[in-house]
Each structure stands twice: as C-alpha cells, then as structure tokens.
Write a new protein. Structure first.
Length: 230
C-alpha cells in the first residue's frame, strides 16, 4: 500500500491513519441546484404544445433527478424526461396515506447536498397551492441554490379549455382563487358578493360547498361550471 502524508499532522501515517486522514480532509461536494418547475395543467395535447415553458422543457430533458407530484406532471415526464433520469415520486392524494411535506423538504435538501441537480416538478404553477413555500424555506436554510420556473395554473387554464373566460366586461371584472378541499375550514362569508370564485380541489365536496355559498348570500341562480379533467 502507498502511504500518503497527512496534512494535519506532518507525520507519515500508518495504513489505518491514512484512511482516517483522507476521510477528514476530503472536501464536501458542492451543493447541487434545485429548480421548482410548474408543469401546467397536465393535458398532453395542451401542455406539450402550448402551456409548458421552453425553459421547463429544457430542464426536464436535462434532469438527472426529478422529484415529481401526482397530478399534472406525468405528461411532461413521459414526453420529455430522459429514460436514465432518476425519478422520485412524492405525490399526495386526498383521503390516502401520502408522504409528508417535511419529508419532501428533507429529500430535496439531501439530494442537493450530495451534489445533484434536482428538478422538483409540480402540477400547475409553483405559486398556487403547491406548498412551495415550505420547500423554498428548507432549501434556503440549507444554502441550496434554487429557482422557481412558473407554469400555467389550472385555475387559469381550465376555464379557457372549457370554453369561457374568467373575466368579462359585462359580467365579471375580477376573480378570486381558493382551495376548497376542506370546505368547513373556509370563511365563506369573506367571499360573499365577489364577481367570480374559482374553487380548486373541490370535486369531492361540491354539495357541501353549495350549501356554504347559499348560506352566505350567493343566489341560487348563480351560474356554475364544474371542470374535471378538461
């Protein structure tokens, strides 16, 4: 065995000491980068042709590690991700056992600390109901370089694909977006009298949502559109 000098002691080490010294003096890998990428509303036809940013496409194609959600990401993976890319599924489904958010935060930090560049692929847009704030805080606290890449939220895309606009000069000059997966936790009175409500994650609770809206002053004649898998 060839012995190496230990820079910490200046003494020619034994084989055992050589291993210890080398372990102590080996530099840590530079942390990788994390891109938090929005994949759009999920439809292959619209996502790959129009609603997925060119930057997002490039990042997905080049990615060695992709940490992806359940909804809205599979079309982008199928179309653009390399077969050699490592894929980590962290999807969540209502009423089902799912990975916890703090575990996702830790996974992103751990992968980047190993020197790997990571694409964190999210359905829709990272800015809208994606819990990206928790991931941003974890990455920042660990000193991991990171960047958000916007996508088109289903709140904007679904009405258009269903054939109507969110605003109209004669009907609605504004709209409000809120999550409705837990209707009993929403202060519905705050939204009485608004022009247009966009309710995401609402399909399981439509009857309960309707009751809340009627109780807080919405007219029974209010036009409603339910968009599912548009």
């Amino acid at each position: 065995m060839t012995h190496a000098w230990c820079p910490l002691s200046g003494v020619r080490p034994t084989p055992t000491a050589t291993l210890i010294c080398n372990a102590v003096s080996s530099p840590k890998p530079q942390p990788g980068n994390c891109w938090l990428v929005g994949s759009g509303p999920g439809s292959t036809e619209h996502l790959t042709g129009r609603l997925l940013q060119l930057k997002a496409v490039r990042l997905i194609k080049d990615a060695k590690v992709i940490v992806y959600d359940d909804l809205g990401t599979q079309a982008a993976l199928d179309e653009y991700a390399s077969p050699q890319a490592e894929r980590r599924y962290v999807g969540k489904r209502g009423q089902q056992e799912s990975i916890k958010q703090h575990e996702i935060d830790s996974l992103l930090v751990s992968l980047c600390q190993q020197g790997q560049d990571v694409v964190r692929l999210k359905g829709g847009c990272p800015s809208t109901f994606s819990r990206v704030g928790s991931e941003l805080r974890a990455l920042a606290a660990a000193g991991i370089p990171h960047e958000m890449v916007p996508g088109v939220s289903s709140a904007l895309a679904a009405p258009v694909l269903a054939g109507f606009p969110l605003t109209d000069a004669q009907v609605s000059s504004s709209y409000t977006v809120l999550t409705a997966h837990a209707p009993d936790q929403v202060d519905w009175a705050k939204f009485a009298g608004l022009d247009t409500l966009v309710l995401l994650m609402a399909a399981r609770n439509l009857h309960l949502i309707m009751q809340h809206l009627l109780r807080t002053g919405w007219s029974p004649q209010t036009p409603v559109s339910v968009c599912v898998s548009v």
